[in-house]
Design a protein around this ligand. Structure first.
Ligand code: ZN
Length: 835
């Protein structure tokens, strides 16, 4: 009997592959219908792994891990014919783009990539990802099988697993046996910081181009190895809104092609067909524009793809919530909508594979033969190897080709700093980027000095030009020049061995220099800084340069510790053999000051802008490697503040600010660094000198007159624009003799995120370190009223108070961590000011 059964089993499994291929649906696998519960990330990963183990049409790739150790996954789905040649298809894409040589063929499969759940508390899409996957691999599904004939599908089930689990764990821990749809019930109110952001509270849908976060680096790394033809980024918005899909709203960046616009409409109409059939509400062409380059729709668009954002109404909705119109919105519905647009997008892509590939090829042919923009070559002056290195790395991560130096040294180009056309002698180690390359569009978007913006409402910052962000001098050239070399001739600094120096000197101009200081301080090495420029050992050093003297560092292996720390960070240091300097103040003089190792408290918790706080946290922990203690503002009253030297208050809404305790601590020698709204909360507070700039009387009168003019209700969005500044670049005059300005030139490009501006300090009361004069505007959209306001005032100030000080930073210098030059400015506030 036993034998007979065994025989039957062998027979069935051998002759009926359909039986062997029976694949469990998400419902069968999870034990509940999708949308009935929130699925934790590990269970989603288990379902993907399960499908990978039973379907012959998929390949699962773990391409990274999150900060909290969760896997980042991409599932590649293809037909029987294509699954074995994924590498060939991938290389073909890169050949079509011209990134690899060999031409490439348009008679190959299209690649469509679906990215789910980038914002952790927009969780419906990860649930839908399992359903989409099942439909694509279900052997009984003839429709999807047909689509796979000419298409490879990539599913990333969750771009932000840490954020998703933060939300899902919260929700699952507070929901009762049945969900409570009442909007005020606590299951619809997420605690701080919420699940939207990743571990370091970064918005991963603002990080595609900058790649400051681990998750983005891994994902965009993989993305650039594939460069798909279609990409969808799945989101949720407020739960009262209906579904949003392409075509996107204006403004579009002008480099987005007619074809890309056109196909957004084609896809949108296909989505609409299914929504119409089901009677579901939706909208298009509103709110979600295509400008800022670090989104999951624009980044793909600037890389030759049809990039789109889809938004289901659903943030904070839990399993069920009553909406404004009195309907109950459920997770089951939200999942169904995302599933519908997933399939509809795959369907329409599959029906247009030839056109998609032809146009994709055309996009890159055009990029290489006829790059957009006025400038065909960009030259970025190498004033500092570390800074050039940081920029080169960033370009490299985006697949932008660059080199160094030019054969003909004298060129004429647009000077980003003076905004004039000038002659320039190109140095051998200047960074040179030729526009004729596959990534010409992305290059242009990231480097053009002024973003072209039609006068319409936009969702995000409108200026990001990299030379300003990195604080590097740059020239835009109308002629095309190829760099002289793909390698730069700057040798890595030679590690010093067997030195016996009086002191070691390091520059203070880049994040790497800050890292070096942090590493020394952590090793309890005493470090000083030069208050004024000086010359020693045949070299010139600017104010702020770090000096590590043998004096005071009584270690047997002093030279080794300093030189090895430098070598481990690739940091160049100069040994000097005497304290008697060639020019300037001697090492033992008053002008060389001791850097007290600061103990830092960073304020977090309810009311604090979590992203702003996360930028500081990430700077200390992941970028420069220096300890900071995170304290909730409400716990400050029971904190021994005397243990800290620096308190950092990021942007936020603080209650009872500054507390008396905090003020006393400052007077006793503490240093408060206030950023953004924390600055405005100090206005009119006793002892704090910061004051809103008084508007001139005639301006006020005009304002009053204007208020009396009759406005049209229908114009209200447009009128609001005149007082808006979504994010623009301003040039500040910087007092770089003040420690807050060390290592920077006498100007600083600031990303202005609001129209706040303050009165200059008078007399000896405070230091006006960063000020704006009449023509500070550089780039980006600024409403007419705001433009008038941002003039003649203070944006960076330092006020001595008792034995302590207050640093005022009106605009967040660490915004999204991509404003590289802001990191030095912020480090000045932390390590240099008040020492
Ligand atoms: Zn979102």
């Amino acid at each position: 009997m036993i034998k007979k059964h065994l025989l039957l089993f062998v027979f069935v499994s051998f002759f009926c592959p359909a039986f062997a291929q029976k694949i469990q649906s998400p419902q069968e696998f999870l034990g509940y219908k999708l949308g009935e519960h929130f699925t934790p990330h590990y269970r989603i990963a288990e379902y993907f792994r399960y499908v990978a183990s039973v379907s012959k049409n998929v390949k699962l790739q773990q391409f990274g891990t999150t900060n909290e150790g969760r896997p980042l996954l991409a599932m590649f789905i293809a037909s029987d014919e294509n699954i074995g040649r994924l590498e060939e298809i991938r290389h073909n894409n890169l050949k079509l783009a011209g990134i690899e040589s060999g031409g490439g063929s348009t008679a190959m499969p299209v690649v469509t990539w679906l990215s789910y759940n980038v914002h952790g508390n927009e969780p419906a899409s990860s649930e839908a990802s399992m359903w989409t996957l099942f439909d694509m691999v279900d052997p009984a599904n003839a429709a999807t099988k047909a689509w796979l004939k000419n298409m490879v599908v990539v599913i990333d089930p969750c771009l932000n697993p840490d954020g998703r689990d933060r939300y899902v764990n919260f929700y699952n821990s507070v929901v009762g046996a049945a969900p409570d749809p009442s909007p005020t019930s606590r299951e619809h109110v997420e605690p701080w910081p919420g699940g939207r952001v990743n571990h370091f509270y970064f918005d991963l849908n603002r990080d595609w181009a900058w790649q400051q976060q681990k998750e983005t680096q891994a994902r965009v790394g993989l993305y650039n190895q594939w460069l798909p033809q279609v990409h969808v980024d799945y989101h949720e918005q407020g739960y009262n809104a209906p579904y949003y899909f392409a075509p996107a709203a204006e403004p579009y960046h002008k480099d987005i092609t007619q074809w890309q616009r056109q196909f957004q409409i084609t896809i949108g109409k296909n989505n609409a067909k299914y929504f119409d059939q089901n009677g579901w509400m939706y909208f298009t062409k509103y709110e979600f524009d295509l400008l800022y380059p670090s989104y999951g729709d624009t980044y793909p668009l600037y890389n030759g793809s049809i990039g789109m954002t889809y938004e289901q109404g659903g943030i904070s909705a839990g399993l069920a919530v009553v909406t404004r119109s009195g309907d109950t919105l459920t997770l089951v519905q939200r999942v169904a909508h995302h599933h519908s647009t997933s399939l509809s997008t795959l369907e329409i892509a599959a029906l247009n594979t030839q056109k998609l590939l032809d146009e994709y090829k055309k996009f890159f042919d055009n990029s290489r033969a006829n790059p957009p923009g006025d400038y065909k070559t960009y030259v970025i002056k190498n004033d500092n190897n570390n800074k050039i290195n940081a920029l080169a790395k960033m370009l490299g991560r985006n697949g932008i080709q660059y080199g160094f130096g030019l054969a003909n040294k004298t060129v004429t180009g647009f000077n980003y700093v003076t905004q004039k056309t000038e002659q320039y002698n190109v140095g051998a180690n200047d960074l040179v980027v030729n526009a004729y390359q596959p990534k010409a569009v992305l290059l242009h978007v990231l480097l053009e000095p002024k973003t072209f913006i039609p006068d319409s409402n936009t969702y995000d910052i409108t200026a990001w030009s990299l030379p300003y962000a990195y604080g590097l001098k740059a020239y835009g050239l109308k002629e095309s020049f190829k760099p002289a070399s793909t390698e730069w001739s700057v040798a890595a600094p030679k590690p010093l061995v067997n030195t016996h120096a009086y002191a070691y000197v390091s520059a203070w101009q880049s994040v790497n220099d800050v890292k070096f200081l942090a590493a020394l301080l952590k090793k309890k090495i005493k470090v000083r800084y030069a208050e004024k420029p000086f010359e020693a050992g045949g070299r010139q050093f600017t104010a702020g340069s770090l000096i590590v003297t043998r004096a005071g560092n009584d270690l047997a292996d002093f030279d080794q510790v300093v030189t090895q720390t430098a070598a481990s960070l690739n940091q160049e240091i100069t040994p000097i053999s005497t304290g008697f300097v060639d020019k300037g103040s001697d090492i033992g003089s008053d002008a060389v000051r001791y850097i007290h190792q600061p103990k830092i408290a960073l304020i977090a918790g309810d009311g604090i802008n979590s992203e702003a706080m996360g930028e500081v946290w990430h700077l200390f922990e992941a970028q420069i490697g220096y300890p900071a203690t995170l304290i909730r503002y409400q716990d400050l009253s029971r904190t021994k503040l005397g243990e800290f030297d620096v308190v950092i208050c990021p942007d936020g809404r603080y209650e009872d600010f500054p507390s008396e305790k905090l003020q006393n601590w400052i007077r006793d020698g503490g240093k408060l660094i206030a950023v953004d709204n924390a600055v405005s909360l100090l206005v009119d507070k006793k002892g704090f000198l910061i004051k809103h700039k008084e508007e001139k009387k005639e301006d006020k009168d005009k304002e009053k007159d204007k208020d009396k003019t009759v406005k049209l209700y229908g114009d209200r969005d447009r009128l609001a624009l005149s007082e808006s500044i979504p994010g623009a670049i301003y040039k500040l005059n910087l007092d770089n003799t003040h420690p807050l300005g060390f290592g920077l030139p006498d100007y600083y490009y600031s990303l202005k995120l609001n129209d706040d501006i303050y009165d200059l300090f008078s007399g000896d009361d405070g230091w006006n370190v960063g000020t704006i004069k009449k023509d500070g505007y550089v780039s980006g959209f600024v409403g007419a009223e705001s433009k008038k306001k941002i003039n003649n005032g203070l944006l960076l100030g330092v006020q001595p108070m008792g034995r302590g000080s207050v640093v005022y930073m009106v605009d967040d210098p660490l915004f999204r961590s991509f404003w590289e030059n802001g990191k030095l400015l912020f480090s000045n506030a932390v390590f240099m000011v008040g020492q």
